[in-house]
Design a protein. Structure first.
Length: 178
């Protein structure tokens, strides 16, 4: 049970395995997503020094870059990762000179995080994602006892936390003995 402070605020951190991923233009979650890499944003540092001050330089924020996000899901009957990856490059279409779908290869995704009671507590929107790397199957190994996994690497142009999603107050179950 989560620790609760005197004021009823949650103290325990949320668990990292309670999440779901969906395309931002859909209400359905993508089935089987088992792993999403962490988000990382890096802003370059621009050093500036005044001509009359040889000992000190000032630092200003420069260009901001967003690292790719990696996602994994179990291989199954759904081909959603493959279809999306084929928008960027398709072997079948490359023979005819149509290597990429410029119209809809970029998609926004939403990653939602849930608490122990299944209530949404965090939501992030990731913008203009496209598949730069696709691995349809993991290694085959007859001695393994594992699920076959697909991997995609998503280039993106940034992300924001949806500030309208507010963690709900903690639920308290009725004491069956009382």
């Amino acid at each position: 049970m989560p620790q609760v402070s005197v004021r009823g605020q949650r103290l325990d951190p949320y668990k990292n395995f309670r999440f779901r991923v969906k395309f931002s233009d859909s209400t359905d979650y993508i089935a089987g997503v088992s792993k999403v890499s962490g988000f990382k944003r890096t802003t370059e540092v621009i050093k500036h020094r005044s001509g009359g001050d040889p000992a000190t330089s000032y630092k200003l924020p420069g260009r901001t870059e967003y690292d790719p996000i990696q996602m994994e899901r179990g291989v199954g009957a759904h081909h959603i990762f493959e279809a999306w990856a084929n928008k960027t490059w398709s072997f079948r279409n490359a023979a005819g000179g149509l290597e990429a779908s410029l119209q809809d290869f970029r998609r926004d995704i939403t990653i939602d995080m849930f608490d122990e009671s299944g209530q949404k507590v965090l939501s992030y929107q990731v913008f203009n994602c496209w598949v730069s790397e696709y691995q349809p199957l993991s290694d085959f190994d007859s001695n393994a006892n594992a699920v076959s996994i697909q991997h995609i690497k998503l280039e993106n142009e940034g992300w924001i936390r949806d500030i309208d999603v507010v963690p709900p107050s903690d639920l308290q179950f009725d004491d069956p003995v009382a």
